[in-house]
Design a protein around this ligand. Sequence first.
Ligand code: DC
Length: 225
Amino acid sequence: MIPVIAIDGPSGSGKGTIATRLAAAFGWHLLDSGALYRIVGLAALRLGFDLESPDEERLAALVGRLRIEFTLNGFVLLDGDDITQTIRLPEVADAASLVARIDVVRKALLTLQHGARVDPGLVADGRDMGTVVFTDAALKVFLDASVEERATRRYAQLKEQGADVSLPDLFSSLRERDERDRNRSVSPLVPAPDAVLIDSTAMSIDQVFERVLEEARKRNLVPSQ
Ligand code: DC
């Protein structure tokens, strides 16, 4: 069986950074499952879907039609267009969280996610990697941090990319999105019963990384470098 490390947690918990570092250290593939929901959210926005109560069948059909590519140098393409930066916009994050509530959308994305499980291994980050998509993951981590800390981190990240965002707006949209992701009926954001819980509020990325590596070693998962 191809090994998987599942990293779940809310936005700004550091899961993307940790997953990227782990994949590099192990020489494994990386699945940013949030990017898939963001792509669906963006496509639905562009087509004028009512995201509060979308036509679910049309939305599922849309997911089936999307031509999504993750290039080796880190670009995300939708039907050939570079959408790497666009999917990071706060309005796309909101759209992603709205479409992510819909069961048929989640089911339509499942095959794509399972397809990322390729030799020699996969690091997958998201909300339901350990609870739904890769329930047999060799290591499951649930990464959390206070909402204040997460909003501050996301603000710094977006500012660095030159985005025009305000911290109070970001804080409230993060809180709203958290609420929605944690309380939805399908695949809510909850730790798997067998996940290692890490609160990164007062930890540096290096500390979190070391902590995860320690858990990986306990399970005989050893970095290739
Ligand atoms: O991790 P992210 O912020 O890029 O995710 C964007 C949205 O996608 C998030 O608010 C909820 C949804 N999502 C999900 O429902 N399940 C996943 N495995 C990953 C993301």
